[in-house]
Ligand binder design. Structure first.
Ligand code: TMP
Length: 225
């Protein structure tokens, strides 16, 4: 299989004889601080892939269009090939992370109406927060941006309910979208605790464990799985 692109913890491969599908392989690797801190914990790829596949199944079942088609082994998702839109869509139910660092909102503040924020997906620019006017000036179709917000809110309801059922609070998470060959807007990338904050009884069950050197992420992710 030919490598199409290599992310920080995943690689995307072409599938021989099928130009509309790709394999996304999850590596035993974790990074933080825009790739400045790296570790290679055993089983991490497999656990993220299986959590991601499980959550994509739920979202698909509820009619939200996604790139997810299935799995191939335990560390690889089979997906529709998409052109990723270089925007990161963050949903926040509870204040944590950058919103606390950058505003006067206190950590733990619960939002009755979840916040939707758009960031530029560009490590070289440190993924800045965007405004609606900036998104328009960057040339995005506001109808598609609105559609991403609607899908993000629907995904939030489903994920919140799923994590609530195992006693975890879904604090926030990041989504990415892409266009398939027919220009359909699909939810893409992954849905794993690497791109979420999950809290239970004052403890984190997500990548903050690694970011803050507070515990073993694979143990936490296996608990979720
Ligand atoms: P933030 O508090 O750093 O803005 O992150 C909000 C959520 O989005 C958090 O769950 C982590 C996730 N996220 C990513 O996974 N990748 C990113 O590049 C960014 C900006 C956020």
């Amino acid at each position: 299989m030919a490598l199409i692109t290599e992310g920080k913890v995943k690689s995307v491969y072409d599938i021989f004889n099928d130009e509309d599908k790709v394999h996304i392989r999850f590596h035993d690797k974790v990074t933080a601080g825009n790739g400045r801190t790296i570790d290679y914990p055993e089983d991490k790829g497999k656990v993220c892939c299986l959590i991601s596949a499980f959550l994509f199944e739920i979202i698909k079942k509820h009619g939200i269009p996604t790139h997810f088609l299935g799995t191939d082994g335990s560390n690889t998702m089979v997906c529709k090939k998409v052109n990723i839109i270089p925007l990161e869509v963050v949903v926040r139910n509870v204040a944590a992370g950058s919103i606390v660092r950058q505003t006067t909102i206190e950590e733990g503040t619960e939002f009755n109406w979840p916040l939707i924020e758009f960031f530029l997906k560009d490590d070289a620019k440190d993924d800045p927060l965007l405004t609606t006017d900036r998104i328009i000036q960057m040339g995005y179709d506001m109808e598609d941006v609105g559609e991403m917000e609607i899908m993000a809110r629907e995904v939030n309801s489903l994920l919140k309910e799923t994590f609530d059922s195992i006693g975890l609070t879904l604090v926030d998470f990041k989504l990415e979208f892409g266009y398939d060959s027919g220009q359909n807007l699909l939810l893409a990338d992954e849905l794993s605790p690497d791109g979420m904050r999950l809290w239970k009884e004052g403890k984190s069950f997500d990548k903050d464990l690694f970011r803050k050197e507070e515990g073993d992420i694979v143990e936490a992710y296996k608990y979720i799985l």
